[in-house]
Design a protein around this ligand. Structure first.
Ligand SMILES: Nc1ncnc2c1ncn2[C@@H]1O[C@H](COP(=O)(O)OP(=O)(O)OP(=O)(O)O)[C@@H](O)[C@H]1O
Ligand SMILES: [Mg+2]
Length: 267
């Protein structure tokens, strides 16, 4: 099992969309996936995956160092499970509660032996994807501390490159203080319109700085991607010829992801 944090300080940089569609593509390939929504906005769990509240909220498990298996819900896809976010995560995010070892709580709960006679998260899942909130706060640090790797979706819009640099600095802080083996899988350029000079220039600038850390595949800007989230159906599972192109894009993202994470050999 590998734990992947999907992180970028910038709001609207397609973190949740990436988590949603990558989870779908991994499930399509036969992997068992757990998607954790660590953002109090609940976009991934409530809006995209359409799951409700868990018997025990994630915030409670983190605050009380409890058992995370009680927070896991099924989705409409057999091998895709989700831990929904809840509003009280905001208390952790904003530092409203004093928690001893506060940055380590997600890691602790993911590695803890389960309650009752259940299998461990590590034994059951192939991939755990953590969708982070759009700020470099305690929740995001929890994700970076728990993760083996981090995937950074990049928005080519204004402020996207500064946010990317700040996000990388935060990842370095996580590596320095808590998680020296944390690896950056790469940056995935999202929501790009290669027909515009502006987006072409931005893509070139990102590739010039971050070179082969940037995914070869880019996710184009399309209303179909918004529609697929609206239908709570990852692009790879959307029927209809209008979604075919985007299903292919996310299969390519997934293949590149598997090569970059070492789960599959590249060609
Ligand atoms: N490739 C794309 N084409 C068109 N729209 C997209 C694309 N990717 C994401 N979007 C849209 O952009 C908006 C923000 O995406 P998303 O929620 O994934 O970003 P986020 O980084 O998770 O945001 P937040 O920081 O608020 O959590 C959503 O409305 C989403 O549907
Ligand atoms: Mg989000």
């Amino acid at each position: 099992m590998k734990i992947v944090s999907i992180t970028n300080l910038k709001g609207g940089s397609a973190k949740s969309t990436t988590a949603f569609n990558l989870a779908g593509a991994l499930v399509e390939q036969g992997y068992k996936v757990l998607a954790i929504d660590l953002d109090p906005q609940q976009t991934l769990s409530l809006s995209y995956l359409g799951v409700g509240a868990a018997p025990v909220p994630l915030s409670k498990v983190l605050m009380e160092d409890g058992f995370i298996d009680n927070t896991i819900l099924r989705t409409k896809y057999q091998n895709l499970f989700a831990i929904p976010a809840d509003h009280n995560l905001k208390m952790i995010k904003d530092g409203q509660v004093q928690i001893e070892g506060g940055e380590l709580r997600l890691r602790s709960s993911l590695t803890k032996k389960p309650s009752e006679k259940r299998v461990t998260i590590r034994d059951f899942f192939d991939w755990v994807l953590i969708d982070c909130p759009p700020s470099l706060d305690r929740l995001t640090m929890n994700a970076l501390v728990a993760a083996d790797m981090v995937l950074i979706p990049v928005d080519p819009g204004a402020g996207g490159r500064t946010a990317l640099a700040d996000t990388i600095k935060y990842v370095s802080a996580a590596q320095k203080w808590y998680n020296p083996t944390l690896k950056i899988i790469g940056m995935l350029i999202n929501n790009i319109n290669r027909q515009t000079i502006y987006d072409q220039t931005t893509e070139q600038a990102v590739r010039k700085i971050y070179k082969n850390q940037v995914f070869k595949t880019v996710v184009p800007s399309s209303v179909r991607i918004r529609e697929s989230a609206e239908m709570q159906t990852p692009a790879v599972f959307c029927s209809g010829p209008e979604f075919k192109r985007y299903a292919t894009v996310y299969r390519q993202v997934c293949d590149e992801f598997l090569v970059r994470t070492g789960a599959m050999y590249g060609t």
